[in-house]
Design a protein around this ligand. Sequence first.
Ligand code: FES
Ligand code: FES
Length: 176
Amino acid sequence: MSTHHIEMSLNGLRCAGEVEARVSLADFLRDDAGYTGVHLGCEHGVCGACTVRVDGVAQRACLMLAVQVDGCAVQTIEGLAAETGGGSDSDTLGDLQAAFKRHHALQCGFCSAGILMSAADWLQRVPTPTEVQVREMLSGHLCRCTGYTPIVAAILEVAQARAEVHAANATKAAHV
Ligand code: FES
Ligand code: FES
């Protein structure tokens, strides 16, 4: 079986490997790279549990091949905290993760990593969303436990907190 050499930035670290062309990105991340925060539910692009970011954009890792991310920057839940105000290790929470914890936005947690990765990407593009917009974004993710309400509350709280920081920084800059 022929393999392909791939290289990527994975959670900020250089990662190289040899993969068969048919290996999914999700399997590569979990089995070869050891990032088991990438969860596999449906493996058909429906549940959203496997969502990671490729060059900043949320993607379903079960629908991509590992060879497709050659040369890309890939981020899993293990690398999210450092970008969102937490520590560089995966044990320190970023603002989205901390808000999920505060709002009890997870029960079994199976869906959580995927939702957090989608929210991280989406809030960059929709920084001040309405509740309806958050629920529309979440329509790409299945959660069997929470009823979604605490997840919506957590995402809205982070959006508001970030907007307040942004406004305060803009005011400060205007007075320099
Ligand atoms: Fe990828 Fe369900 S496991 S969308
Ligand atoms: Fe269990 Fe969402 S917290 S599936």
